[in-house]
Write a protein that binds this ligand. Sequence first.
Ligand code: HGA
Length: 609
Amino acid sequence: MCGIVGAVAQRDVAEILIEGLRRLEYRGYDSAGVAILNNNDIQRVRRLGKVKELSDALEVSPLPGSTGIAHTRWATHGEPSEVNAHPHISGSDFAVVHNGIIENHEELKEQLKTKGYEFVSATDTEVIAHLIAEEYKNFKDLLKAVQSAVKQLEGAYGAVVMNRNNPEELIVARSGSPLVVGKGIGEMFVASDQLALLPVTRQFLYLEEGEVARVTRTTLDIYDTDEKLIERDFEESSVQHDAGDKGPYRHFMMKEIHEQPESIASTLEGRIINGEITSEIFGVKAKEIFDEVEAIQIVACGTSFHAAMVTKYWCESLANIPCHVEIASEYRYRKSFTPQKALFITISQSGETADTLAALRLAKEKGFMASLTVCNVPGSSLVRESDLAFMTRAGAEIGVASTKAFTTQLAGLLMLVGCIAKHKGLSESEQADIVHAIEAIPREIQKALEQDSLIEQLAEDFSEKHHSLFLGRGEQYPIAMEGALKLKEISYIHAEAYAAGELKHGPLALIDHEMPIVVVAPKNELLEKLKSNMEEVRARGGQLYVFADKDAPFKEEDGVKVVRVESAHDITAPIIYTIPLQLLSYHVAVIKGTDVDQPRNLAKSVTVE
Ligand code: HGA
């Protein structure tokens, strides 16, 4: 969540830090701040609101200096305010930026207060600054002070520490919140995401869990939890420099919606060989695992959870093995049954989603046969800690509301199910049908995007509404859920999704002339059932917006508007029908004038519980 940027250089770093924060703005945040060391003096500026407020303040009073740290905060402890914004300081000596949550902050705060430290913010982060100051009294060495301090922290942190007596170094520490070091020529940078540093370097090294490192202009010394020095090389990044640009689009979300044919094509590239999905694409041990697997448990959050739900429908119909799906924050805190020979699957765009990662760690203790992650970020914690991985190649996703990450996840998950199904005896012709359908996805998405201007007109009808319902059946039910989530996330209209057969069990009571009802209605064996549910709605005055196959028997009439979607294959229809729903929520949000790419209260990559 939010962002950290730091630099040790030979030139003034304020501008580099601010540009880094700008590139992380997409993650969602409420305040921003920077601290820079100049002539052994720490100077700090913080602002509530956007990075622009901070950069305007720095234009008026520039902060010179070649060592500095900066942060965009998404408040977890203490309201969004200037006083709670990072960096936090102890005296005039130490400055700290932190992502994560220190769970034992209250206890530490009491101890530190008795030692005379004064707390000015309501954050958990401020204890880190004072704790390091206290440890520094003993060690007189910044690295050792940080190593000793982090041992006392419970919870999650990615933190960068600066000290006025050590002007040419930063100490970084990671546990539960990602941190990357970037190497320049005679200068070094740190950040919570490499995207922040792409204008200044392409050489990156990710810290591993529990590591603490000393970063100077020319050196990087990494220590593991036993304080042993670790050797690891920087690697060249393949992420594109312009990943942070909107191109011709007004918002990142629209850019990313339109990138989907390309991101799916690149996710498929090299993964279907001679018309077959081979197990190797999931990892070297995949073949023997897929031969043995008898059950699947999927755990995920938010949009990724919807991808998991679609996978359940695919898995039980194609591979004929049981598939359970659960929200990660629930799974991790309950006693659950572990089936024999079960594969544990996690899905996460960032690979750092705190609840999903905790669920994976729990699953390992519970004795699952193996683990597999579907993830968009190579080298992320989920990828490193899973036995098998399928990397989606969506590219950097900037919009907080996930679009291309979701559809590439679905494409990857369908390949996974297809491959497992093959090991469970799916016929060759059925396998060929799946491959054929998968290969058509980029083309069919392109076609769906052509409905943009029609959907933009429909969006007008939603802009004054406060509530809406989304209906689907079968594997389109999770797509209705995803459509509803997208609408509430970015337009703030209350949207609920129901399996259409559930209507009469309660939600029908909500229907009146004011209620728009979005129906995901591909032509499949459930269509007749769905039509009956739609009649129930019409009879009560509800306004229907039907996303239907090009020759499905629906016609435009009073109270019914129809958007045609071309999807030739039932199996991939959930992916194709996602597109018009993304466009709908996008246009409603634009008409309402909300902050499409950074919706209020939300953050990308949820690395806190
Ligand atoms: N818990 C800290 C940091 C939250 C976060 O990750 N922000 O970036 C706070 O509330 O300030």
